[in-house]
Ligand binder design. Structure first.
Ligand code: MBD
Ligand code: FE
Length: 280
């Protein structure tokens, strides 16, 4: 593959931490709410310590591991893998439109605009099977949403994300599409590989020590938005991936499974997928 440089946890972690700092803002949370959430989170951990009678040696190892999570820049990864799916769940369970999924640590806003029918930025020799991803964006009453924004980002055929792994063009496999007058879009890309959480960082150490696996199934990330509508953040998955059933980030839903078919011209796959988004 064109990516010969070695991706390291400390690099992708540092990039994810730096990217998150850019979006970070402050928020006024009522004191009673801070008190309730912090007290209950602390008490939930007390319960675990009591139940398993944590030793002092284990307590010290836990401390150094937490320090390591920060040094590796892996707080965005850790939080998005093990906690974001619950935040996503409680914040979208009122919706009537499409199911969504977590954003994850590798979104970058303002990717290049490619129109309604176009190709996502990629290398001339981009490895991977070609994929045409097409569909329509509608509001919950069924009417089409022209000029809706469809942002797409995904890993390459080696499982690497541009701006987080070395050696990739800045906007590789990241693009912003705008639906046409009938709310339709047609995007040319490639099918991404499954993603393995870096094994050489703090999260990887926990995964190995616990005997878990480090995989997410192959997925495409999307953000679909239109004026006066709730932002839909989603991921879409490919049938047959062995990790659709045991995603480490617990972010697969049956509604998010694609059904690709061979392209008529024999070049890769085609898949239709429509988005229904909720008015605010
Ligand atoms: C990913 O690509 C991802 O989508 C998530 C949620 C966590 C780690 C890597
Ligand atoms: Fe991802």
């Amino acid at each position: 593959t064109p990516t010969t440089l070695q991706a390291r946890a400390a690099d992708s972690g540092a990039n994810a931490t730096a990217a998150f700092r850019k979006k970070q803002r402050t928020l006024e949370v009522p004191q009673e709410r801070v008190d309730a959430i912090a007290t209950e989170a602390i008490e939930a951990l007390h319960e675990v310590i009591r139940k398993h009678r944590l030793t002092y040696e284990e307590y010290d190892v836990l401390k150094s591991w937490l320090i390591q999570v920060g040094e590796d820049g892996e707080w965005p990864l850790l939080l998005d893998v093990w906690f974001e799916h619950v935040v996503e769940d409680v914040n979208t369970d009122h919706r009537q439109g499409n199911k969504g999924s977590i954003e994850g640590p590798y979104y970058v806003p303002d990717s290049p605009e490619q129109g309604s029918h176009g190709t996502i930025p990629m290398r001339d020799d981009e490895p991977g099977e070609a994929l045409t991803f097409q569909g329509q964006v509608r509001t919950t009453d069924g009417s089409a949403l022209p000029h809706a924004k469809v942002e797409l980002w995904h890993a390459d055929a080696g499982g690497y994300y541009s701006q987080y792994a070395p050696g990739l063009p800045e906007w590789n496999l990241r693009g912003t599409f705008t639906t046409d007058d009938e709310g339709r879009f047609e995007i040319h890309s490639i099918i991404p590989a499954p993603y393995q959480i870096p094994t050489d960082g703090a999260c990887g150490k926990l995964i190995a020590a616990a005997g878990w696996h480090a995989w997410r199934p192959a997925h495409m990330h999307l953000k679909v938005s239109a004026p006066d509508h709730e932002l839909l953040t989603a991921q879409l998955y490919f049938p047959g991936d062995p990790h659709n059933e045991d995603d480490i980030a617990t972010s697969v839903k049956p509604e998010l499974m694609l059904d690709p078919r061979p392209a008529a011209d024999g070049q890769g796959k085609v898949v239709d997928y429509d988005f229904v988004i909720d008015p605010v």
